[in-house]
Design a protein around this ligand. Structure first.
Ligand code: RB5
Length: 147
């Protein structure tokens, strides 16, 4: 498993902590910033992370984005063609986002979640496969809305 991870200043501290957890779990990652706690614009981070995900040469399986609430950075990611980002604050939604929606990005709130819960949400998200079947048809219909 190889993921892309990015945050604005609102998620910077959480990103740093989560990268340690990822390393401990043997999950490799590409960190697209931000690289210090000074202010940045979360759409820029989302755009960079999504571009990395969509680049076949990067071999990225899934993405994680963090801002203060996970809302803005997730909204920005969902504007990028091919991205399905789920903003989750508990593990059930994270699992279902993979199982039914085949989400390829997870967004989290660095100011709304503790690190333990954030990590549990990530584990739920990364470990859950897409179920396919009737859900594939629905995901296809979501993606057709991009046209
Ligand atoms: C930045 O202060 C904050 O607006 C951002 O991190 C995020 O919460 C936006 O949705």
């Amino acid at each position: 498993m190889h993921i892309v991870i990015g945050s604005d200043q609102g998620g910077f501290e959480m990103k740093e902590a989560l990268m340690e957890r990822l390393t401990e779990a043997g999950i490799t990652y590409l960190d697209v910033g931000t690289f210090d706690p000074s202010s940045v614009d979360y759409p820029d981070i989302a755009e960079t992370a999504c571009a990395k995900y969509l680049d076949p040469e990067e071999h990225i399986d899934l993405g994680i984005l963090i801002c203060g609430t996970g809302i803005g950075i997730g909204m920005a990611a969902n504007k990028v063609k091919g991205i399905r980002c789920a903003n989750c604050s508990e593990t059930y939604s994270a699992k279902m986002a993979r199982r039914h929606n085949n989400a390829n990005f997870l967004s989290l709130g660095g100011r709304t979640l503790g690190i333990e819960l954030a990590w549990e949400i990530i584990e739920a998200f990364l470990n859950e496969p897409f179920e396919g079947g009737r859900h594939q048809r629905r995901v296809d219909k979501i993606m057709a809305l991009e046209a």
